[in-house]
Design a protein around this ligand. Structure first.
Ligand code: LLP
Length: 415
């Protein structure tokens, strides 16, 4: 638990507010974020990299709530986006286009145009054909596109295979062995300006060594380019720092920064990092009410009102999230499968959780701030959850609970 979520007497609090009060006021399922935890995470990052010129480009995909983007923008953040939609969100939230890097393997012409129009800092190009397209789109607009090539360093991030991105067999980036040739090609393009090099090897990393291995490989290429007269302004080492969900022991932000800074010692390029999870993951929880306790022949089920559409990580990656009752009670404890109402066996939030709970109790699914709401869906025509931001003793709704009517408002029945 972070210092921002803890029990006071028998009730679980976020900052100065009891989560039980939030559940009663705003209903469940409901995402709740701590403004102090978000602010603190960002400040720790900025502090850790203070000794060199840097830009923290928050990875919008981790949690794209406008209120959260706005908070980070006010703290000075840039943004790592992967779609035209995320660009619009960043701009709507008050982010600056000139602090935006645009990653992703499938950028469309329209997305490129919008990003050039806005004047983003850099396109993190992921293939040779993408470079051709970008050159053509920029040319048709009479503009020059600033680029970095995302190099795939072929380093094992030692994380879940679905969120490992820096291996040869992954779809991301250009092959390490082809990068120089593509840079040479880019150097000859009229509407491309080479400004950097980037890599991102995966997410939820719990060791520093893969980051360092990737940085070292990337630096070899940077030096080879310099020999050819292509001098880069920035190095973007991606995101990926893990958090504690259960018993993981990821490096702290300052240990991570120290490792990167050591690897970059004596170099003059500006450093860009793209943290997502580490800035938001432990700053948010998902509140969910127990609809029924069902004691089966083999297993006991706590059937809750949140489901895989609200928090997909357990179903998708078998990910672990701690689940805590909002009120400590002295009732008999049982081991429960915490499951949602969706008609899929994979619809679970937690397995085999020992909890002293009763029907109607509310639970907090912890560490749900990253890749929770942003990966939610409307499967089973379930409106998405409300989102609330707590700031000391104040509570703000930052997203209203969706209404079913909104879910099919764009649909048509044939005559
Ligand atoms: N930069 C790029 C280019 C990325 O693809 C990602 C995440 C990040 C930065 C941010 O990584 P972070 O600091 O959050 O690890 N849905 C998965 C995680 C997918 C991550 C995708 N890329 C999950 O719930 O664990």
């Amino acid at each position: 638990m972070t210092p921002y979520f803890n029990y006071q007497q028998d009730y679980l609090f976020v900052e100065d507010v009891s989560l039980k009060d939030i559940a009663e006021r705003f209903g469940t399922p409901c995402y709740v974020y701590s403004r102090a935890a978000l602010t603190d995470g960002y400040r720790q990052f900025a502090e850790a990299f203070r000794s060199r010129e840097h830009l923290i480009c928050y990875a919008v995909k981790a949690n794209s709530s406008l209120a959260i983007l706005n908070l980070f923008a006010k703290l000075g953040a840039g943004f790592d986006i992967v779609s035209g939609g995320e660009l619009q969100r960043v701009l709507a939230a008050g982010g600056s286009a000139n602090k935006v890097v645009f990653s992703g393997v499938g950028k469309s012409e329209a997305e490129m145009r919008a990003a050039l129009e806005a004047g983003i800092l850099c396109f993190n190009v992921e293939s040779a054909p993408e470079l051709d397209r970008l050159n053509a789109v920029a040319g048709s607009m009479g503009k020059v596109a600033p680029i970095s090539l995302r190099v795939n360093p072929d380093v094992d991030a030692k994380t879940h295979p679905y969120i490992s991105t820096g291996l040869k067999q992954n779809k991301f980036g250009v092959a390490y062995t082809e990068a120089l040739a593509i840079y040479r090609k880019a150097a000859g393009m009229a509407h491309i300006k080479i400004t950097g090099m980037d890599c991102h090897i995966g997410s939820q990393l719990t060791e520093t060594s893969p980051f360092i291995a990737a940085a070292e490989k990337v630096l070899v290429l940077v030096d080879k380019l310099a020999v050819e007269g292509v001098v880069l302004e920035h190095l973007d080492l991606g995101g990926g720092l893990g958090i504690r969900y259960d018993d993981e022991t990821p490096p702290s932000i300052s240990e991570y920064a120290k490792a990167l800074l050591t690897a970059l010692h004596g170099r003059s390029e500006k450093l860009i990092v793209e943290p997502g999870r580490v800035l938001v993951g432990n700053a948010g929880v998902l509140l969910t009410r127990i609809e029924y306790l069902k004691h089966g022949e083999e297993k006991n089920f706590a059937i809750v009102d949140a489901a895989m559409n609200d928090l997909m990580r357990p179903a998708l990656y078998d990910a672990y999230h701690a689940i805590l009752p909002l009120q400590k009670k002295f009732v008999t404890s049982h081991s429960y499968e915490v499951v949602g109402p969706i008609c899929e066996t994979g619809d679970f939030i937690g397995r085999g959780r020992e909890m002293p709970v009763e029907q109607g109790d509310v639970l907090a699914v912890m560490s749900a701030g990253a890749y929770g709401m942003s990966m939610s869906s409307n499967y089973n025509t379930r409106p998405r959850a409300a989102e609330v931001m707590v700031d000391h003793a104040q509570t703000h709704v930052i997203r209203e609970r969706e209404k079913v009517s909104q879910l099919f408002a764009a649909e048509k029945i044939l005559s």
